[in-house]
Design a protein around this ligand. Structure first.
Ligand SMILES: [Zn+2]
Length: 365
């Protein structure tokens, strides 16, 4: 990620674009989307053909404007919205320009995945349905939709499932500052423990699917193995998304320790370490914070578990061997600590005083 916010951020602080993707329910996508995809291929290939011919005769190519004129009026015959045809032409012209080509790849029914672009005003989105050119498709509303649809597309993946991608114009996030800050201790049993005692945990996904995975592997069912891996990945990602969103909404300033999974991966907990997915969580935190103007920092977390957060003497349990110790009493000041909350408190303290290690930009996570 870039250290500076993207340019569009600086010059247009009020409006932002966000793209959402939703899976269309198979029962409603049916043949309509596939047929519309074919029509888009037809427009694309037509552009490709006329472009080549013009080049052969006049050594000139068509601009987007000219392609629009050529393809105008065939919306009804093709069964797609006029604005979709325009969008295909635009994409074609842009790609030609970008790659400095007069001829692009043909879009074929067999090789190309379905693609139907549209402009925002050609679709109507209501709850979990989207109406496009007289057809209503239902999708899995996996998250609330905010803002106005500017443009979007229906796309198909290699498994043949259809998705709708909506690029929304969202007014300024409107995030009200909460004035709260927190340190986060990333762990295995509890994935994130905050300095104020809040815990974020989930089941160990690797463990949960271990048996199923082993069974599929023994039976040499390659497809099944891939599917299970995909499921674990999706679940972990989904959890990370939810946790990071909650964090950036609640805190103005978030400090994370630079926990090294490479050190822990050599221990008996290797599986849990890779299951925790700290890296993904940190990355999501960084980009979401950037979007909302929240500060995320990484601080060196050495000594965070050993140091007492009340008197800052190093009286806590040491080393990997003491990972089992969940609670301890400081021998110097007598305060009782929960191991993880104490570590999180220290991470926050380190960032304030610069006691241990240096602060680093969130982008270097
Ligand atoms: Zn103490």
């Amino acid at each position: 990620m870039d250290a500076h916010p993207p340019k569009s951020f600086q010059s247009f602080p009020v409006m932002q674009y966000t793209t959402y993707q939703f899976r269309i329910k198979d029962s409603t996508s049916g043949k309509h989307l596939t047929r519309m995809g074919y029509s888009c291929n037809f427009v694309w290939n037509y552009c490709n053909e006329v472009n080549q011919e013009r080049w052969k005769k006049f050594r000139k190519t068509f601009t987007n404007f000219e392609l629009n004129k050529l393809t105008a009026g065939c919306s009804k015959d093709l069964g797609i919205a006029a604005r979709t045809i325009e969008a295909v032409c635009q994409e074609y012209a842009d790609k030609c320009k970008q790659h400095k080509m007069i001829r692009l790849k043909w879009r074929s029914r067999k090789r190309s995945l379905g693609w139907v672009p549209f402009k925002g005003n050609t679709v109507k989105v209501k709850d979990d349905t989207i109406t496009y050119y007289g057809h209503t498709f239902r999708f899995w509303l996996s998250r609330p939709i905010e803002g106005v649809v500017r443009f979007g597309s229906f796309t198909q993946n290699s498994k043949g499932h259809w998705f709708v991608n909506l690029t929304m114009e969202v007014a300024d996030s409107g995030r009200i500052k909460t004035g709260k800050e927190c340190g986060i201790d990333l762990g295995l049993k509890t994935i994130a423990t905050l300095s104020d005692g809040v815990e974020f945990s989930r089941e160990n996904l690797t463990k949960k699917y271990e048996k199923k995975l082993a069974m599929a592997q023994r039976a040499r069912k390659k497809k099944r193995v891939t599917a299970i891996h995909a499921k674990i990945r999706n679940k972990r990602r989904d959890w990370n998304h939810k946790a990071s969103t909650r964090l950036v909404q609640e805190y103005d300033r978030i400090i994370v320790g630079d926990v090294s999974s490479s050190k822990l991966i050599k221990t008996r907990q290797a599986k849990s370490v890779s299951d925790a997915g700290w890296h993904g969580l940190k990355q999501m935190l960084a980009y979401k914070a950037n979007r909302l103007g929240v500060e995320v920092r990484v601080v060196k977390e050495s000594w965070s578990t050993v140091t007492c957060s009340s008197c800052s003497k190093r009286t806590g349990p040491r080393g990997l061997g003491h990972l089992a110790v969940r609670e301890w009493v400081c021998s110097s000041c007598g305060s009782t600590h929960s191991r993880d909350v104490n570590a999180a408190k220290n991470i926050l303290l380190f960032s304030l005083s610069g006691m241990t290690g240096q602060l680093r930009e969130a982008s270097t996570i």
